[in-house]
Ligand binder design. Structure first.
Ligand SMILES: Cc1cc2nc3c(=O)[nH]c(=O)nc-3n(C[C@H](O)[C@H](O)[C@H](O)COP(=O)(O)O)c2cc1C
Length: 358
């Protein structure tokens, strides 16, 4: 029976345990997408995860959809990640970088020369996005051209190589949460009439082009991908998800990726539906506790469990799970605020014990 604290072989890596830290945007970077020094301390504190997946990182200036999000396309950005990978590796940890392009979710405020964002089709997302001047409604994007699609695929490949140059063990493609890759998969953002729209084969073409470019860049065993079937975040509607995601997973069987990461935020039971379609390593995310994660592993429903807010608030989560210890509560008010408050100051069990003695 597989347990959370069992080791796991992923490509050439041996993970210490199957408790994975979820990718989480924390908005601590400079306006140029450079990480401040204390980001290394945040990830170092969480290095006892079997694997850390970083916050989503922009592949190009046109990818940026959120304030203070980091990039991996300039020499300064690459340099700023090096202390992160060094700090995690020094504690024996493993770390993948998650990379993304936000497509229609980007506001012109974040893009060079206030340019209009791109998307598969010119369909505005309902809703608004956070800026330092308050919430601003999403704008109508411009339909991305085929030339721009080809350039974006190259940008993902370059970002992937840059991540390896910065010392990462691998790279996860963000194909979830309503950003550009998922926008192509949907029935409500992709109305293209060329080979990137229409049939499921066409709507998944961009996803596979990007993944193949990443694989060509660094090898399949260091590449992974995250999906969030039918989660409506960022105004996504996926009427044929029941066909799209099994199709994707079946095709991924030949690729020998490091792992596939699926988050389920619906009541549809996506893990039970998708796991049987995939022969490689399957990482499950979405609202797991110690018990529900342990149960899914024990039943063979996943190979590892990915924890988001619980890991954010508990830097020593594997040790807390081992001891059945109490958990810190996440402070939502500081999820995206600049500075170290609510970032590097969540106590470990050890620190809590020291404070109690004093
Ligand atoms: C503060 C915060 C930031 C997040 N940023 C990202 C992100 O950059 N990339 C991503 O794939 N998911 C992101 N997510 C979603 C998490 O990876 C995860 O899917 C979600 O929190 C559900 O897992 P949980 O119930 O264990 O927290 C974020 C979640 C939170 C709470």
């Amino acid at each position: 029976m597989t347990k959370l604290l069992d080791s796991l072989r992923v490509g050439q890596m041996e993970l210490d345990n199957r408790i994975i830290m979820a990718p989480m945007t924390r908005s601590r970077a400079s306006d140029d997408g450079v990480q401040p020094a204390y980001v290394a301390e945040y990830y170092r504190q969480r290095a006892s995860a079997g694997l850390i997946i970083t916050e989503a990182t922009n592949v190009s200036p046109l990818a940026k959809g959120y304030v203070r999000t980091p990039g991996i396309y300039t020499p300064e950005q690459i340099e700023s990640w090096r202390p992160v990978t060094q700090a995690v590796h020094a504690r024996g940890g493993k770390i993948f970088m998650q990379i993304f392009h936000t497509g229609r979710i980007a506001l012109p405020d974040f893009l060079p020369s206030n340019t209009q964002p791109v998307a598969p089709s010119a369909i505005r997302a309902n809703g608004s996005n956070y800026t330092d001047e308050g919430m601003k409604p999403f704008v109508t994007p411009r339909e991305i051209t085929k030339e721009e699609i080809a350039q974006t695929v190259k940008d993902f490949a370059t970002a992937t190589r840059n991540a390896i140059a910065a010392g990462f063990d691998g790279v996860e493609l963000h194909a979830a949460s309503g950003y550009l890759v998922q926008q192509f998969l949907t029935t409500n953002v992709n109305f293209r009439t060329d080979e990137y729209g229409g049939s499921i084969e066409n709507r998944t073409r961009f996803l596979f082009e990007v993944l193949d470019a990443m694989i060509d860049a660094i090898g399949a065993e260091r590449v992974s991908v995250k999906f969030s079937p039918q989660i409506p975040f960022n105004d996504i509607e996926e009427l044929d998800a029941g066909e799209v995601y099994p199709y994707i997973l079946e095709r991924l069987n030949d690729k020998n990726l490091a792992y596939v990461h699926v988050t389920d935020g619906t009541t549809a039971g996506w893990h039970a539906k998708l796991r049987p379609h995939y022969k490689g390593l399957y990482f499950a995310n979405g609202g797991f506790t110690l018990d529900s994660g342990a149960n899914l592993l024990a039943q063979g429903g996943a190979d590892a469990i990915v924890y988001g807010t619980t890991f954010l608030a508990n830097p020593d989560l594997p040790e807390r799970f081992r001891r059945g210890a109490e958990l810190n509560e996440p402070d939502r008010a500081t999820f995206y605020t600049p500075g170290e408050n609510g970032y590097t100051d969540y106590p470990t069990l050890e620190r809590t014990a020291q404070v109690a003695v004093i």
